[in-house]
Design a protein around this ligand. Structure first.
Ligand SMILES: [Zn+2]
Length: 336
């Protein structure tokens, strides 16, 4: 080994200083890529994986939407709230439905993407920035099944927004399932799996499920507004997967996104769903620094608009789409 090194060194002496710099930088990039991949337990890295760490370049989302058969996750720009659309094999699951005043933007986005029915509608927890436009979604789209938080773990919600959603589910006779670890909901070529289902709490954020969506080569982790207690419980339960995409918990709040949790799931892309200039200061600077330490590419609905990661023939693609109106508002409602 030492001999070979000396020989290469002797040859390299003929390089100009400029060539030396290029040579050294290329070597450094390769060594870093190798070190990161080995640290992640992935074995030797492919060229593609080394260069994918540079980040994906965003392209405008085609107006006609993605191919129905695609595997994709859409972080829809609903201002200060969450609405995440999971897509596979022409089937759709919507996780949360934004704040009340994002109704038009949300419905327009779903229609624009060619959604005509939802195989599954998930309520992560009953705060208005997650269920604000859920009644409108239930009115507009046929829904095959609803996944609800485990309300036995918290005082039962009494807001008018919540009661309206529950009444519509009842009136339409939609089967409703209470979240429990181990549940699996088939979606196209993949499935949405409940890894954990909230903790005993007075804080509705901590009712949020830990959901893993996997379809083809796409893997996504959603934890709603789950805070430290939810992340600790999920870590304790074990079996957290390494994922490509993570929705920053609780809009990128420092109440969540703990270092231990992030390093357990090691996302390559983190998407923060939050409103421009929101009154909570989301995303907080500490979690943003933790995402950077992971080497993850960070995307934000307040800056990028709707963010879509889609698995296509030639790998993962990143699309962004500005919401014409209604999205990226600051939001002033409580308990975002
Ligand atoms: Zn929220």
């Amino acid at each position: 080994m030492a001999k070979r090194k000396r020989r290469r060194h002797a040859k390299a002496q003929a390089l100009t200083p400029g060539q030396w710099v290029i040579f050294a930088l290329t070597g450094l990039a390769l060594v870093l890529g190798l070190a990161v991949s080995l640290a992640e337990g992935e074995g030797l890295p492919s060229w593609e994986s080394i260069f994918s760490r540079v980040g994906l370049e965003a392209q405008p989302l085609p107006a006609e939407g993605l191919a129905a058969a695609a595997n994709a996750v859409h972080f829809i720009d609903v201002g200060q709230g969450d609405a995440t659309l999971l897509q596979s094999g022409g089937e759709y699951c919507l996780v949360d439905a934004g704040e009340p005043d994002s109704e038009d933007a949300l419905l327009a986005y779903l229609r624009g993407m060619g959604v005509s029915r939802l195989k599954l509608l998930v309520m992560s927890h009953p705060h208005a920035d997650h269920i604000g436009s859920m009644a409108a979604v239930l009115q507009e789209f046929p829904v095959d099944e609803v996944l609800l938080p485990d309300f036995d773990k918290a005082p039962y919600p009494t807001t008018a927004t919540f009661e309206r959603v529950m009444q519509l589910i009842l009136d339409k006779g939609i089967p409703a399932v209470t979240a429990a670890p181990g549940q699996r909901f088939a979606l196209g070529n993949g499935a949405v799996q409940v890894l954990d289902a909230g903790v005993e709490t007075e804080n509705y954020n901590d009712l949020s499920q830990v959901l893993h969506f996997e379809a083809g080569g796409l893997s996504v982790l959603l934890t709603g507004d789950g805070e430290k207690a939810v992340e600790k419980a999920a870590l304790g339960a074990g079996g957290l997967p390494h994922v490509q995409v993570f929705k920053a918990a609780h809009h990128g709040s420092n109440t969540s996104n703990t270092e231990d949790f992030l390093w357990a799931v090691r996302p390559r892309y983190v998407v923060v769903s939050c409103g421009a200039n929101n009154s909570y200061g989301h995303p907080h600077k500490e979690p943003v620094a933790r995402f950077a330490a992971l080497g993850a590419q960070v995307l934000r609905t307040d800056e990028n608009g709707s963010v879509v990661l889609a698995e296509e023939e030639n790998g993962l693609r990143l699309y962004t789409a500005r919401t014409p109106e209604g999205g990226s508002t600051g939001g002033e409602q409580e308990a975002a």
